[in-house]
Design a protein around this ligand. Structure first.
Ligand SMILES: Nc1ncnc2c1ncn2[C@@H]1O[C@H](COP(=O)(O)OP(=O)(O)O)[C@@H](O)[C@H]1O
Ligand SMILES: [Mg+2]
Length: 266
């Protein structure tokens, strides 16, 4: 009798250990899946970014071209060249190439994985995000308004915040272009509300035609798009909730879609 009880106990113990191992395995598997999803969504953003970089560089390249046209013309017509003029052109050239180099830095920074959580100023992060995407917006004549009441600091992986902004802005851009909206705009506002830092992004593309609207946060949900991955908003919500302890909400308003990112102040 006694022996069977011990046997039972031992068996139960063995069972528990097995179960524990299984759980650990499943958890590890899930973590792998999460990682893969992150990777996938970053790849999706990479595609969008590459489109942006070409727009971003076209303008300065054209400026460089036009910078030396008059100098070239003068050289072929006369032998004398104004030293001041050349120096001025070189100065402008330096300025433009510095700008191009900064854009590349912002891109590189965005695609390197954050190693540690740091304190960062929201405005700086927004500025480098806009450096990445403004070319793509300008190419489609989309006006970008930024209204900042405060310049709060956050602690976290700064590229996470950028990735979310890029996802939301890219979506707005896609729809504005697709629906051929007149006077298209995207408006970003940053303010503080009840100890939270709030970022809102709104557009005038006419709104999200999905019911219930929360469906857009589901993985692989894409609607009325030719090249959608359906990962952007799913990932954005995950990032805001898991990495920044915040909330990502959406609604339609009279002109279009309205996204609200709420992050508690650290
Ligand atoms: N600003 C917006 N206006 C209208 N529809 C939107 C907007 N943002 C997102 N959507 C809708 O939500 C869907 C999901 O977005 P997302 O998760 O980024 O995936 P994807 O962009 O790859 O389709 C989009 O396919 C689109 O139909
Ligand atoms: Mg998207």
């Amino acid at each position: 009798m006694r022996q069977t009880k011990i046997d039972d106990f031992l068996e139960l113990e063995h069972h528990n250990k097995e179960l524990e191992k299984k759980i650990q395995e499943e958890v590890a598997k899930n973590r792998e899946k999460d990682k893969l999803m992150f990777q996938q969504s970053k790849l999706a953003s990479l595609g969008e970014m590459l489109g942006n970089i070409s727009h971003q560089w076209r303008q300065p390249l054209m400026e460089i071209n036009s910078l030396f046209l008059p100098i070239e013309a003068k050289l072929s017509l006369t032998d004398t060249l104004d030293k001041e003029e050349v120096l001025e052109a070189i100065q402008k050239l330096n300025h433009i190439t510095r700008y191009m180099s900064n854009t590349i830095d912002d891109f590189t920074d965005f695609f390197s994985t954050d190693k540690e959580k740091i304190k960062f100023k929201l405005l700086e992060q927004i500025n480098s995000t806009i450096n990445i995407i403004s070319g793509g917006l300008k190419a489609h004549n989309i006006k970008l308004d930024i209204i900042i009441q405060k310049n709060p600091e956050l602690i976290g992986y700064k590229n996470d915040y950028s990735q979310v902004l890029i996802n939301i802005i890219s979506n707005a851009k896609d729809i504005l272009v697709q629906r051929k909206i007149e006077n298209p705009y995207i408006k970003i506002s940053i303010f503080e509300e009840n100890n939270n830092i709030v970022t809102t992004v709104e557009d005038n593309a006419g709104g999200i035609n999905v019911i219930p609207i929360e469906k857009i946060f589901e993985p692989f949900f894409t609607y009325q798009k030719t090249n959608g991955s359906g990962l952007g908003l799913f990932m954005s919500k995950l990032i805001i909730e898991k990495n920044l302890n915040g909330k990502l909400e959406v609604k339609n308003y009279s002109q279009g879609a309205f996204f609200k990112i709420t992050i508690p102040k650290n």
